[in-house]
Design a binder for this molecule. Sequence first.
Ligand code: M6R
Length: 610
Amino acid sequence: MCGIVGYIGNRESQPILLEGLKKLEYRGYDSAGIAVFTEQGLEITKTVGRLANLEGRLSGDPLRGTVGIGHTRWATHGKPSDVNSHPHTDNTLKFSVVHNGIIENYLELKEELMHKGHRFLSETDTEVISHLIAVEYEGDIVKAVQRAVSKMRGAFALGVLTEYEPDKLVAVRYASPLIIGVGEGEKYIASDIPAILEHTRDIYILNDGEMAVLTRDSVQLMTIEGNLISKEMFHVDWDLMTAEKGGFDHFMLKEIHEQPKAYRDTMRGRMSEDGRSVVLPELKMTPDMLRGFKRVHIVACGTAMHAGLVGKTVIEQLARVPVETDVASEYRYRSPIITPDTLVIVVSQSGETADTLAALREAQRCGARVLAITNVVGSSVAREADDVIITLAGPEIAVASTKAYTSQLIAFYLFGLYWAQANGTKNEAEIAHILAAMESLPEQVEKILAQAEVLKGVAESISRHSSLFFIGRGIDYAVALEGSLKLKEISYIHSEAYAAGELKHGTLALIEEGVPVIALMTQEELYEKMLSNIKETKARGAHVLGIINEGSEGETAKSVDRQFAIPRTLPILTPALSVVPLQLLSYYASLALGHDVDKPRNLAKSVTVE
Ligand code: M6R
């Protein structure tokens, strides 16, 4: 995810900006840059690649000045490149902007500006912001920023400088985090606390819709409409490691809690304004081409593969096109039948998984069109696929995938609905109904997260067992597979996921007194069947935790030992909620056993060997 740092004070800003950006390196980035007021005016140096590249460029030609902004970019609009890196400027070179987030209507704004004669150098949404501010400038940078922001839709944390008012640094927050650091005769902005922790522990945390005007000696806080506000200063007493994890004990827990934001970011700009259709402007394939595909292969590894299993149900139910799923390491060795009307979908958080990449190449060699769902713009998978849907989960650091998985689910829902629109298998009202339910998901995840303590207790008891089972039917079975993988991966407890109806064909022999069984029971039409399967396990002494829908507690209580209710949503959307308690169970079980949650044994975040 992108990182922002800004400084206004009496010291040289370049080293402060570079050090600040280094403190954000752990979040991942693909390019970096800084803008500083020098004697020559507002000067920018930026480059693709590591911060060391930027330092290399600056070492021969440093930017000297006491006011500046810096940025590390995690590409979303446009590939990682020098020109797409931040800070961006306008055609007069008098304004400079760093930005985290996404401007949904940037293409519209860009077109308007181009009609007025503006020339754009990059493919980014951010460059539009600097042009917009320049257009709105009538001698007051604060007002210009407010007017520009009022025209933008989406998410943005901004740091803005103009050569016309060199003693001001303007900061804005809307759905993308930003903090203000307060020091003696100097002020800072940052996307995250670690960037400025070395200089100050006194900060203001901006809320959505708020902005700040910083001078060396003052911080003026206001809403983006210009109403002055006051807020309490927050004194940070975290150490650097805790600050990197946003106050959480582990990256995994932080990433689990980031899921509501990841859902919102992945959905942002992909629903029409009236909420009645899906828009995926990034797809090069036309609706006509989409209608031409008669079958789908979804290929991926591990957790991404489990997202693919949900994707299978989603595409089949919504677009009514048959889907096969394969683990990537098997796909190309089984001579898959790939016809011109086969669409191959590869799913990969990193976009660098060797097996997935090999499967993608094999599919293309056989003449298939490949759509990639990936979290990393500019990754090998993103570059080589014919079409790409980027998930906007932000960098995932813990080895155990959480927010990347759930963002992949969101991508499948959007794509499935898009295809249903093209095929006419769902009408506008049905699509609007599903989209409305999707918009509630972030808040519903927040409700689940608020009950984390309950799951902690359950996890502690699970951690005393050497083996357990996850069962489910239909789409719940796909989630059971992911719950089981998560538990194995970080707690090292043996577990198996079973289609509940399949237990009696062999595995039931393993159920004995006290064996924990986690039963996913969110699919109403399969509920009765699940109850029968649960009874089979209870009769052999299993201790059952039911993951159920809110409102069915009374009924289910008769059949299970414990239950955890998730908020109600449409049956097809339940995986986006039911996986969250399973992620928390794994996390707390690993914690109870004293394992290295973020770096489990024998595993790597990105598996680049076959
Ligand atoms: O980067 P990818 O999504 O391609 O990675 C695929 C798997 O290696 C990955 O999902 C793995 O299973 C996770 N560590 C599970 O949490």
